[in-house]
Write a protein that binds this ligand. Structure first.
Ligand code: FAD
Ligand code: MG
Length: 564
């Protein structure tokens, strides 16, 4: 039969096939159709970005019920909290990244991934336009468009130079893995240059002056890493220039780590003082050139110029152009991040969601709720609260809005603390509700937006995935379970952020931590806690093994200072 089939002309081949398979040919095309139909019926979800928010969404999404396409210029996920460790080779770059295809292949279903930038979001036509990253290959750089039923925007943020002249050209940034690798080479270059013959001592000093702009967690952690690298490894290799190295941290506010508990900021400041890291506070950077950085002392208005060898700019988060463009289209122009409602839906577009650093969730209810909590506590309607009543109020607020606690403990709330305590620092017997409320409303805008952290991004991604998993079911049963009936048009509980605390590694195997329940700790044991938390947070067993082995390698052999 096989021979007959092979030698027969095409027309009779088809005839033969038809008779042989009989009814099954029809059945086959039927099931094919069904599959096609099913695929047609599946809603198309396009996800932009494979960072913290995007990956946690993809990990938790039930992809069997959606047709998922992912657009990202990076085909990997990067564990950003370890980027500062990559700048000095404590951890290798490859150890903190995991391929997105590796992460998603564990899912039962298919996810398509395109290595491209989303160049334009068109919410009116439910389309996104994408530009592949291979700009120098004409065949692989053709723009393409994707249609979506639902769009999940998770493109993160970019650096913010606040328009300061010369920053883009002359500073390093620390957002991406490539940035960390560039810094690593940059630091080693500074030492190689400084030891060359023919330089004056002044020139050597300049080459070895490392400047960090921004006293937030990233700037502080980099300063600490750099200090350790220099102390523990570099000075052994370049002993001749050991005494010429200087690290300067420039901060515009009056304390570093000012989103942390006061005790942690002052612990960090003291540690840096002992380490010989110069911390300049109350300074504003005016401009940067390849040789100098010019800063204005806020109190006196005086402008000074500091020669530098390398600058890390790590202050503030800015908006990606594709997001600014979308905000213009949906009437949100001029904002830093996309405004969403408490269900993470972008205001002005029904089927577009935004998560992570590119989004800012509205929590307008906070102030109203806080007012009600006050009213309820003021039993005798006197307009004042006693100390115990006030403590109850604060506890109540913190339980409902964990992010308020962040601010209550940080420096932003100094005005409020002054209101609660007298000049000796003792608690006041009575507190004026009106004054307390107006102090609170002063920080209202800060409380409204959540911090731009991986913790927030990951929780939002995973919350949204759970909503997507239940979406079809909820559409079929619009009556919904009682507890989700909020005014009739939303089937899901609003997103609620849970704050699990934050760490600040400070070098010399010391870290500071702020954990839930007003628990602050600092020192070596906290560093061990940091190691275990960061090891456990890795996305895969592969990266976990790599990171732990990098730490071990560093303990035994030190860091490598080859410029590769
Ligand atoms: P990202 O993780 O930045 O992901 C954005 C994704 O979008 C990336 O995959 C990017 O390639 C992609 N993308 C960009 N443009 C486009 C485009 N046009 N189209 C499609 N895709 C695009 N947070 C903590 O909680 N704890 C920490 O210890 C901590 N340490 C940090 C240390 C450093 C050095 C840095 C830089 C950040 C740190 N953060 C930390 C903050 C944390 O990394 C961010 O808050 C988090 O990455 C935000 O997640 P995201 O998904 O919104 O954005
Ligand atoms: Mg993301």
């Amino acid at each position: 039969l096989g021979r007959a089939y092979r030698s027969a002309p095409l027309a009779s081949k088809l005839l033969l096939l038809g008779t042989l398979s009989g009814g099954s040919l029809v059945a086959y095309s039927d099931s094919n159709k069904k599959e096609e139909e099913q695929k047609q019926k599946k809603k198309k979800v396009v996800v932009l970005g494979t960072g913290w928010a995007g990956i946690s969404f993809l990990k938790d999404l039930d992809i069997s019920s959606y047709d998922v396409q992912v657009v990202s210029p990076q085909n990997y996920f990067a564990f950003t909290p370890l980027l500062p460790s990559v700048t000095c080779g404590t951890v290798e770059a490859r150890s903190i990244v995991e391929s997105v295809r590796n992460i998603t292949k564990k899912k039962n279903g298919e996810i398509e991934l395109w290595e491209a930038d989303c160049a334009k979001i068109d919410p009116a036509n439910n389309k996104v336009r994408c530009q592949p990253v291979f700009k120098d290959d004409p065949e692989a750089s053709q723009e393409f468009s994707l249609d979506y039923d639902y769009l999940v925007i998770a493109v993160g943020a970019q650096v913010n130079t606040f328009g300061t002249p010369g920053v883009l050209e002359n500073c390093h940034f620390l957002k991406e893995v490539e940035d960390a690798q560039r810094i690593r080479r940059g630091v080693i270059d500074c030492f190689e240059k400084a030891i060359l013959p023919g330089l004056t001592e002044e020139q050597r000093r300049t080459k070895l002056h490392f400047v960090i702009v921004g006293g937030g967690p990233t700037g502080v952690e980099f300063a600490a890493e750099l200090h350790d690298f220099i102390e523990e490894d570099i000075t052994k290799i370049y002993p001749s220039v050991k005494e010429l190295v200087k690290i300067t941290l420039i901060q515009s506010g009056d304390h570093i780590l000012n989103s942390f508990d006061e005790r942690i900021s002052s612990f960090a400041e003291q540690k840096f003082l002992r380490d010989g890291i110069d911390v300049l506070m109350g300074m504003r950077v005016m401009s940067v050139s390849d040789k100098d950085i010019s800063v204005k002392i806020k109190s006196s208005g005086e402008v000074v110029s500091l020669p530098h060898g390398l600058i890390l700019w790590s202050t503030g988060v800015g908006t990606r152009p594709v997001i600014s463009d979308l905000m213009e289209q949906v009437g949100q122009g001029g904002r830093r991040a996309l405004a969403t409602n408490e269900w993470l839906q972008v205001k002005g577009c029904e089927n577009v969601y935004a998560v992570g650093d590119c989004a800012s969730i509205a929590q307008r209810k906070i102030m109203g709720d806080i007012e009600n909590i006050f009213k309820a506590a003021d039993v005798d309607n006197s307009g004042t609260l006693t100390e115990e009543e006030l403590q109850e109020v604060v506890d109540d607020i913190v339980v409902r809005y964990p992010q308020v606690e962040l601010y209550l403990k940080s420096k932003h709330m100094r005005s409020i603390r002054d209101l609660l305590t007298d000049s000796e620092g003792d608690p006041k017997k009575e507190v004026d509700i009106k004054a307390f409320e107006s102090a609170l409303s002063g920080v209202d805008s800060q409380m409204k937006s959540l911090p731009a952290t991986a913790q927030v991004a990951a929780q939002q991604g995973s919350y949204l995935a759970k909503c997507f998993n239940k979406m079809e079911h909820c559409k079929e049963h619009p009556e919904g379970p009682k507890r989700f009936r909020t005014g009739g048009h939303h089937q899901f509980r609003p997103f609620q952020y849970k704050h699990f605390g934050q760490f600040a590694p400070l070098g010399g195997d010391q870290a500071a931590a702020e954990l839930p329940g007003d628990w602050v700790s600092a020192g070596r044991s906290t560093q061990w806690l940091w190691y275990s938390v960061y090891a456990s947070k890795q996305v895969s067993w592969r990266t976990r093994a790599l990171v732990v082995s990098d730490w071990t390698r560093r303990y035994i052999f030190g860091r490598d200072s080859s410029r590769i």
